[in-house]
Design a binder for this molecule. Structure first.
Ligand code: OGA
Ligand code: MN
Length: 268
């Protein structure tokens, strides 16, 4: 096991907790459909993305996970970038190999058992609160374990694809492990730091083998028009969404629930 630095992170989750639903800048879905195959044949360029405006990939909400394990390296994130451009969010499966994901899960649990994760805080007064029940530990960028490095490398590849295809200007990312004990959740919120809009993309990676839907623990992503989409925290699943636009909450589960929360940032 690597030595874990106990230095606290420079940024912490001053997330904006919200009571009601807010107005979204993403338009509700239009009737028009765009076939996934069309995206494969003709990767979107910036001008086309603007034209697409309120079009959809497929004929329903993009609730089918995009499996990136079978894609060739060139353009492996094409569908992901298209889905993000069109809908503002998407679910990816097999973001890392099973071995890599299991290694992260093992490390997360070991660190939790060694009391290296600390109860998360919400808001400027950093009070422990019922609004958020997880314990977290930030990755130390200059002291990543081998398995954390594998995750960071993959995030960087995705970040590069997003910059290339969508010109997002992402410069770095920050990540933390999170453990939610049974019954713990995180109330509906936006991932924006107060007075700081550096967070552009939220990426939540899940580490839980053999998760059953009946065990709860979904991340509920609030869409326009009171609709929502539940993402269960299955090992290998990566949820991506625009940090400033999508409110979300973590529903309590009946078993321990592990994730890596990551934010891709722009320079501000
Ligand atoms: C967060 C968050 C979701 C999850 O840390 O801001 O929303 O599923 N996490 O762990
Ligand atoms: Mn969040």
């Amino acid at each position: 096991m690597p030595a874990f630095d106990a230095t606290p992170p420079t940024l912490d989750g001053f997330d904006q907790l919200v009571a009601g639903r807010c107005e979204y800048s993403i338009e509700p879905p239009a009737e028009e459909q765009i076939k996934r195959d069309a995206f494969l044949e003709h990767p979107l360029i910036e001008a086309e993305i603007e034209l697409l405006d309120d079009c959809r990939i497929g004929d329903a909400a993009p609730d089918e996970a995009i499996d990136v394990s079978t894609n060739s390296r060139s353009g492996e994130f094409d569908i992901v970038t298209s889905a993000l451009a069109v809908n503002g969010w998407c679910v990816v499966s097999n973001f890392l190999s099973q071995t890599q994901t299991q290694a992260l899960a093992t490390e997360c649990m070991a660190m939790y058992a060694a009391q290296l994760l600390t109860p998360a805080r919400v808001g400027a007064n950093r009070a422990a609160t019922l609004l958020r029940g997880d314990s977290t530990r930030w990755f130390q960028p200059d002291a990543l374990s081998t398995r954390q490095q594998a995750f960071a490398d993959r995030i960087e590849a995705l970040q590069n694809a997003l910059n290339r295809e969508l010109l997002l200007g992402l410069v770095d990312s920050e990540s933390h492990y999170a453990v939610y004990r049974p019954g713990a959740g995180y109330a509906r919120h936006l991932d924006c730091l107060r007075n700081n809009d550096s967070r552009v993309i939220s990426a939540v990676f899940y580490l839980n083998e053999a998760w059953q839907d009946a065990e709860g623990g979904a991340l509920r992503l609030y869409l326009a028009d009171q609709a929502y989409h539940d993402v269960f925290p299955r090992a290998g699943t990566l949820l991506l969404f625009l940090s400033a636009q999508f409110e979300h909450e973590v529903l309590p589960a009946t078993r321990d629930r592990m994730s890596i929360a990551c934010w891709m940032r722009q320079r501000v």
